[in-house]
Structure formats: C-alpha cells, structure tokens
Design a protein around this ligand. Sequence first.
Ligand SMILES: NC(=O)c1ccc[n+]([C@@H]2O[C@H](COP(=O)([O-])OP(=O)(O)OC[C@H]3O[C@@H](n4cnc5c(N)ncnc54)[C@H](O)[C@@H]3O)[C@@H](O)[C@H]2O)c1
Length: 326
Amino acid sequence: MAILVTGGAGYIGSVTVERLRTKGESVVVLDDLARGHRESLDGDVPLYVGKAGDRELVARIAKEHQIESCIHFAALAFVGESVEKPAMYFENNVEQGVALFGALERAGVRRVVLSSTAAVYGEPERMPIGEQSLKWPTNPYGWSKLFLEQLLRSYDTAYGMKFMALRYFNAAGATEHHGEHHDPESHLIPNVLTAAAGDKQEISVLGDKYPTPDGTAIRDYIHVNDLAEAHVLGLEHLHGGKSAELNLGTGKGNSVREVISTIERISGREVPKRVSPRRPGDPAKLVADPTRAEKLLSWNATRSLEDIVSTAWKWSQNRHRTTSTN
Ligand SMILES: NC(=O)c1ccc[n+]([C@@H]2O[C@H](COP(=O)([O-])OP(=O)(O)OC[C@H]3O[C@@H](n4cnc5c(N)ncnc54)[C@H](O)[C@@H]3O)[C@@H](O)[C@H]2O)c1
C-alpha cells in the first residue's frame, strides 16, 4: 500500500515526502516538473512525470502501487499570476483536480488531503481567521482551491471519500535537504534571503502606512516542517475520523519589517530595501486561528520565525554553494 503525492517534487511536497518516508510510509510521486525539481526527491522515490489529471496514468499508478490515499499538492500557486492568467489556473488546478479525484474515486481511494490556502477567505472581517469565516476569494487561485474543497465535500457525501482540506497560511523555512526554490519567486522570505546573499538588488516593502505597530503588513509564517507534520497527522486522522477543513498557521504573525530585520540579524548582512506603494486589496493583517487543527490532530506549529529564517538561510547558502561549484 502506498500514498500518492501529487506535486511531490515541489517545495512543500518534497518536505512532506521526506517526512512520510521517515515515518516508514511508501510514497509515489506524480509531478509534471513544470515548477518542481527532480533533484528535490531522493533517487529511490518512484516519480511519474505527468499531469495530476491524467486519468489513465493515475489509474495505472493506483493499481501498480496499491494506492490507498493521496496528498494533492500539484497546483499553480501564484496569486498575481492567477489574476493575469485565470484560464491557466482554472485549467491546471480545477480541471486537473476534477480529473484526479474522479480517477482516485474509481480506483477505490477513500482518503485524500488537499493543499488548500488562506486565499479561500479573501479579505476577512475578523482576525484571527477561523474556518467558519466567510469564504469569498479575491483571485482565481483562491477560487480554484475553494472549488476543489466543495468537490471533496460532495464526494464524501456521495462516495464516502474522506478528506482533509488543509488551508495553509505562508509556508516558509527549510529542512536540511529541501527548501523553497521557485522561479520566479513571489514569496517574501526567499526573496529577502536572496537580497541578503547579494543576488538581488533591493526588496520592495509594499506599504508602510498600514494600521500595524510598525506600519508594514503582517502575515502568518509557518515552518514547512510543521506543515509536513500536519499532513502526516491529517492522513492518520482519516483512518476512522471525519473529513475536515483546517487552518494551518501559528496564530501569531510577523510584519514585513520584522521578517527583514530577523533575516539581517541571522545572515549578518544588510538587506537593501525601498518602500513602495501598497498593492490594492492587500490586507493589513492575515493570521490564522489554528485552534481546530490543534484539537483535532493534537498538532501545533512549534517552530518560530527564527527557526524559519535560520533553516532557510542555511539551505539557500548550501544550494548556492552547490550550484556555483557545478
Ligand atoms: N507555498 C505556500 O506558502 C502555500 C500556501 C498555501 C497553499 N499552498 C499550496 O501548497 C501546494 C504546494 O505549494 P508549493 O509552494 O510547494 O508549490 P510548488 O510550485 O513548489 O509545488 C507544486 C508542484 O506541483 C507541480 N504541478 C503543478 N501543477 C501540476 C499538474 N497539473 N500536474 C502535475 N504536477 C503539477 C509542480 O511542478 C510543482 O512541483 C500548492 O497546491 C499550493 O497551492 C502553498
């Protein structure tokens, strides 16, 4: 029996694969490598290079590897890109997701975990954000995930396919072997690390007049290892437990200035920065209420912003050394 991990060659997927294997699980990865990296997986992890929504391929993998559950990470995940190219997002995330879950249902798979996102909430009225908050995404990316959540609810009712929709806030940090490596990179922490390393000219601080203590926007950064652990526990819960939608965050949050100063302190380098106008629709603060996940999975995010920055800095420095010596 094995677990199918779609998007397992990507950032959060590869860390979760590492975690599952440490737990002794058999894992099979399906990834089209459009945004992932073959080298993010150990050589002995079975990797199928293909689309998550390739029904025939999914049916074959399910049969050959006796797939009993699936973690679905495979998606395009840049908010801004989804606004510019909605068709690409609905085709890749929704169309492929519908095909994948259909193929899994036909193959008899009854446990799935979906990578969902805080973007399903749009601009919430209250902080921290609980799972019951209004879900009205402000971009096609958020809608694509909300649609798949709804699909899974219907499949649970009709087919008894149990699911966990894990709504991550901002994933960050690295393990010794795996870290964040997107091209282009839209996330704050890897971009500031790149600037600290001298490979990027300057960081734009998008707005410094927000109603927050230092005027910059606050987001909930969660260590990727904390996320990976929640996936393992989420799958375990589905052996007998009910389906659920859960927020995964720390419940705290750090401002852009706090992130930059932590990176400056840990790297020992100054980061060139400039204040630019805030982006329309960017809320001052987005922080999870993770109480439900803590109760249901006996889980909580244990790693701090310092842990996130120090692991990511170490990983990016190692990667830099390896790529420049190759
Ligand atoms: N990074 C975050 O902060 C964050 C926050 C919330 C939710 N998420 C969700 O977590 C998941 C993983 O995010 P990530 O940051 O690791 O992204 P990533 O781009 O590093 O990983 C996604 C992987 O999926 C693959 N992929 C994409 N579409 C595919 C398809 N149709 N078929 C097969 N493979 C496909 C890519 O090649 C890549 O390896 C995504 O679903 C994303 O929406 C991420």
